[in-house]
Design a protein around this ligand. Structure first.
Ligand SMILES: Cc1cc2nc3c(=O)[nH]c(=O)nc-3n(C[C@H](O)[C@H](O)[C@H](O)COP(=O)(O)OP(=O)(O)OC[C@H]3O[C@@H](n4cnc5c(N)ncnc54)[C@H](O)[C@@H]3O)c2cc1C
Ligand SMILES: NC(=O)c1ccc[n+]([C@@H]2O[C@H](COP(=O)([O-])OP(=O)(O)OC[C@H]3O[C@@H](n4cnc5c(N)ncnc54)[C@H](OP(=O)(O)O)[C@@H]3O)[C@@H](O)[C@H]2O)c1
Length: 248
């Protein structure tokens, strides 16, 4: 159902990348889920999916978005200022959530979150809940972006990594080098073993749950590598280790 949301805050990470806090009665949702945002553009409602960045339990949603050049909706969202309205389709939906992962002996000890660009959003929401820390010994977030400037929420994630010894943060930038960060696309970092070396653990079918979100090319190539190692897609009818959400 479409609700009217009101922008209450915006953060500009760079000239293309921004977050909006939108006051709306979101109702119950599960960390990792997304809503649709809609705007009337040239007489037509244009609607697109956006992951909720904040954890459940607030009367607002926060979304992280990038302006896609020549995109239909994202350039219009980029123009929104506090006080402006935007339509929000609730309830939130989606299966990239921790309750969708198998539990018990099928679960494994290590949770891997692999994200490109704005797809760090659903993982930020999950990291702000108790569930990953209760269920897994180590949670590793690999956060891939072109430039350091594109790593939204980096301070917050670095603070969490300093405070929480269960959390391993591995930012990776592909179009510049930065000391302390990886310099590879996610599938390349898995193929070379660099990501696992930095994390101090390996990805195996018995020990790992892997959640992937964002660029469909990254997801495709990573699935190929993981299936060659004996991991399987996680389906409700056939639990496995690989859970994905493609952004396009
Ligand atoms: C389940 C789901 C959740 C999503 N969550 C988010 C989110 O939290 N934040 C977000 O910015 N987008 C998210 N997206 C993508 C979003 O729905 C839109 O596709 C995006 O904002 C572009 O819309 P547009 O109308 O401006 O461009 P369109 O005219 O629809 O153009 C789409 C093209 O833009 C590119 N593109 C789309 N999204 C991205 C992206 N995030 N990063 C890089 N390139 C992209 C692709 O090349 C794609 O083919 C999500 C998509 C899905 C399916
Ligand atoms: N970020 C920028 O500087 C910039 C500038 C102008 C316009 N834009 C536009 O902004 C939008 C969002 O860009 P974005 O940088 O957030 O998202 P993106 O293009 O998905 O890139 C994010 C990360 O994913 C990697 N990646 C891309 N394709 C991959 C694949 N097939 N397999 C594995 N990894 C892959 C990128 O590596 P690579 O660097 O190797 O591609 C980068 O590290 C796009 O529409 C883009 O055209 C971005």
């Amino acid at each position: 159902m479409w609700h009217v949301g009101k922008v209450i805050e915006r953060t500009d990470w760079n000239s293309r990348l921004f977050s909006l806090k939108i006051a709306v009665d979101i109702g119950p949702f599960i960390a990792g889920q997304f809503v649709k945002l809609g705007m009337e553009i040239q007489g037509k409602r244009v609607a697109r999916a956006y992951s909720v960045v904040n954890a459940p339990g607030s009367n607002y949603i926060e979304i992280l978005a990038v302006t896609v050049p020549d995109g239909s909706l994202s350039p219009a969202l980029h123009l929104l200022l506090p006080g402006d309205v935007v339509e929000v389709n609730v309830p939130a939906t989606g299966f990239l959530t921790l309750p969708e992962l198998p539990s018990g002996t099928l679960q494994g000890r290590h949770l891997w979150m692999l994200a490109t660009g704005t797809a760090v959003g659903p993982f930020l929401s999950m990291l702000d809940t108790a569930e990953p820390w209760q269920r897994f010994e180590q949670v590793t977030l690999v956060y891939g972006a072109r430039l350091v400037d594109d790593l939204a929420y980096l301070d917050k994630l670095q603070t969490l990594a300093r405070k929480n010894t269960q959390f391993c943060l591995l930012p990776s930038v592909t179009r510049e080098t930065q000391s302390g960060m990886l310099h590879c696309r996610i599938p390349d970092g898995i193929a070379s073993g660099e990501i696992e070396r930095q994390a101090g653990i390996t990805i195996t079918a018995t020990d790992s749950q892997v959640m992937l979100c964002g660029n469909p090319g990254m997801i495709r190539s990573t699935i190929e590598l993981l299936t060659a190692r004996g991991l399987h897609k996680n389906l409700r009818r056939a639990p496995g280790q690989i859970t994905t959400e493609k952004y396009w």
